[in-house]
Design a protein around this ligand. Structure first.
Ligand code: FAD
Length: 611
């Protein structure tokens, strides 16, 4: 095999992933650590990477404390309500109290935020959202991170974390490879902040074949945020809490501005308001959570899903009325042009003019993420001043592995942080990481040469498998001795879809299905040793698949552990169809042992620190 060059990079703080959380972490690390070496490593290019790559039309988390619009406590109540009672209130409060200052920085750096001409305040789309001209949101944020970093390494996919050779539960860096020139990178760091986004493509998407990239969630978000800490032995929380989105059909265009700003509404195929039809039924499942205001996102999905199951689909968004107003029509289109151009193209290609036709809605396949309306991710230590003792074992946002921090989609228990909250959480994690590094003194983590040399062999193995096995191809791309990443991905998506509650199973699962799903995932994991990659691009796909499979296993284990249906509309445990506050008003925690391949599950209490 070709010898690959090894490049060593030393840093005080290593930020993995240069999306919203990573840019926030990089920026703030410099503020608190003027003389520190701060390195950000990104598998794409931070100018246009992560879920905000295409731009956004709204910042979804802004309190507006300067105008007394909302207080941080209000946001905690809102997120708690939306997540059916289960959020880390300490972490959510911590973000909410700092998020406004983040948004003010964005504006200072050049992000155009719309203003209400009458009041001069930021233009609200809803109670928490403000409207922006956000096509260049990501490059603006990236510029701040670039200027703050000692170095940004683009085009390097991180595959594994490195552990300290003197203390097994302490992080010492990470390894990865350059997706363009194939060099192997060993990052030695005193503290590591993981901000590598969430996970799409673990469940079979609605659009397959040539359209498989057309998902709501960015197809390049490949679960590294979970797999990296899981492999290092970090505890994860709420991994069962996958998200399903109601969006415009086929293009997954957002509906927030339509509901909130344009005041459009939904109806069934016969022009009826179907939500009240399902009120009593939903109440029997979840009790008075259905009476909360606003109605939790999952329960609104639930009504839609039940109506479709009852044969009265498709569900449509009534746009015809609102679009008679030229201003609203403009806003409706611009909303897509700023962040989901594909939806406008889909409508054009399907002869849908929303002024004439009410467009169809659909529900997406499930995704895993920690920053939107769900809160999967790593179990993190909370802020000193407001975290209950049980949630505090170290520095703020440090995971259960020493020196390993996280932000954004990576950190669990804190839904509704969105782009601004993720950046804010990056800042919070960075401040704590700088303190951790300063407190280390001479007790610095040591990287083991044997560990990174072993990992080097592991990382490039798919290239070797391909080189050795390619002459055995029996037909097309099928080989008896290796599995291509795309084949592995499709196998994963099928397992998750059929056994863990994807679209094909109408989001429904049960214990026998989950148990079988775990067995099948185990077999898939065995076969991953035979992944074949024909080039560096496919090598990246191979490692993305590895990360997706591990995260999927975690999702399946958590779903099996929680024997209730807490979030109907996201998924259903058919054998435990009701919400069960007596036994399950708690967080689920898991820890993976990479030597035995076993998962340990436990419960953790939910503390309500806000009334
Ligand atoms: C479709 C969609 C619409 C949204 N709309 C809005 C909205 O309107 N308003 C709003 O405020 N928020 C919105 N959000 C939420 C917002 O985008 C996220 O909350 C935010 O981007 C999360 O930040 P993050 O840093 O965790 O992840 P990201 O911003 O996705 O960044 C993750 C980064 O890690 C990199 N990475 C991943 N794996 C690796 C690896 N192995 N090695 C190196 N780098 C890696 C990725 O390339 C990426 O740059 C939306 C999200 C989605 C998915």
């Amino acid at each position: 095999m070709r010898r690959r060059k090894t490049v060593f990079v030393d840093s005080d703080i290593l930020v993995i992933g240069g999306g919203m959380g990573g840019c926030g972490a990089t920026y703030e690390s410099r503020y608190w650590g003027r003389d520190l070496k701060i390195v950000c490593v990104e598998k794409a290019n931070i100018e246009r990477s992560g879920a905000v790559a295409q731009g956004l039309y709204a910042i979804n988390c802004y309190m507006g404390m300067q105008w007394n619009e909302n207080q941080p406590e209000d946001h905690v109540r809102y997120a708690r309500n939306d997540l059916m009672g289960l959020v880390r209130e300490d972490l959510g409060y911590d973000i909410a109290r700092h998020v406004d200052s983040t948004v003010h920085k964005f504006e200072e750096w050049g992000l155009p935020i719309m203003r209400d001409p009458k009041t001069g305040r930021y233009q609200r789309e809803g109670k928490w959202q403000i409207m922006i001209h956000g096509e260049s949101y990501k490059p603006i944020v990236a510029e701040a991170a670039r200027k703050a970093a000692t170095e940004v390494y683009n085009r390097i996919m991180v595959t594994h974390l490195l552990m300290d050779k003197t203390r097994p539960n302490r992080v010492a860096g990470a390894v990865g490879f350059n997706v363009r020139n194939g060099n192997f990178y060993v990052f030695r760091a005193k503290a590591v902040i993981v901000a590598a986004g969430g996970a799409s493509h673990i469940f079979k998407p609605r659009a397959v074949g040539e359209g498989m990239g057309r998902t709501w969630y960015a197809p390049w978000s490949s679960a590294s945020a979970y797999a990296l800490p899981i492999l290092a032995g970090a505890k994860m929380t709420q991994m069962e809490n996958r998200i399903v989105l109601t969006r415009f059909k086929d293009g997954y265009g957002p509906v927030g501005a339509y509901f909130l700003h344009l005041k459009t509404y939904t109806e069934n195929a016969y022009g009826e308001n179907y939500e009240p039809t399902w009120y009593e039924h939903t109440r029997q499942l979840v009790g008075d959570y259905v009476d909360r205001h606003p109605v939790p996102t999952c329960l609104r999905n639930h009504a839609l899903l039940e109506e479709v199951k009852a044969g009265r689909g498709p569900i449509r968004m009534v746009t015809k009325e609102a679009f008679q107003d030229p201003h609203k029509e403009t806003v409706g289109w611009e909303n897509f042009l700023g962040m989901t151009i594909g939806q406008a193209v889909v409508w054009a290609s399907q002869n849908i003019d929303p002024k004439e036709i009410n467009p169809e809605l659909t529900t997406s396949e499930p995704y895993v993420m920690g920053s939107h309306a769900t809160c999967s991710g790593a179990w993190a230590s909370g802020p000193e001043d407001c975290a209950p003792a049980e949630y505090r074992w170290g520095y703020n946002r440090m995971m259960t592995v020493e020196g390993l921090f996280g932000a954004g989609d990576t950190i669990g228990g804190t839904a509704h942080k969105f782009s601004s909250g993720s950046f804010t959480e990056g800042r919070i994690a960075a401040k704590a990481a700088v303190k951790y590094v300063n407190d280390l003194g001479n007790d610095q983590p040591q990287v083991s040469e044997a560990e990174y040399e072993d990992l080097k062999k592991t990382v490039y193995k798919p290239l070797e498998n391909y080189a050795v096995g390619r002459n055995e191809i029996v037909a097309g791309t099928v080989s008896p001795s290796y599995l291509l990443p795309i084949h592995g991905l499709q196998r994963l998506e099928k397992i998750m879809d059929e056994y863990v509650g994807g679209i094909g199973a109408h989001y429904t699962t049960n214990e026998p299905l989950l148990t079988r799903g775990i067995e099948l995932l185990g077999m898939l994991k065995e076969d991953l040793a035979y992944l074949g990659a024909e080039d560096l691009h496919q090598l990246q796909r191979a490692w993305e698949l590895q990360h997706r499979v591990l995260a999927s296993e975690s999702v399946t284990q958590h779903t099996l552990f929680r024997t209730e249906t807490r979030w109907p509309g996201y998924y259903y445990r058919a054998d435990h169809p009701k919400l069960d506050d007596k036994d399950w008003h708690c967080f689920t925690l898991s820890r993976y042992d990479r030597d035995s391949g076993k998962w340990e599950m436990e419960k953790a209490p939910v503390y309500h620190i806000i009334d």
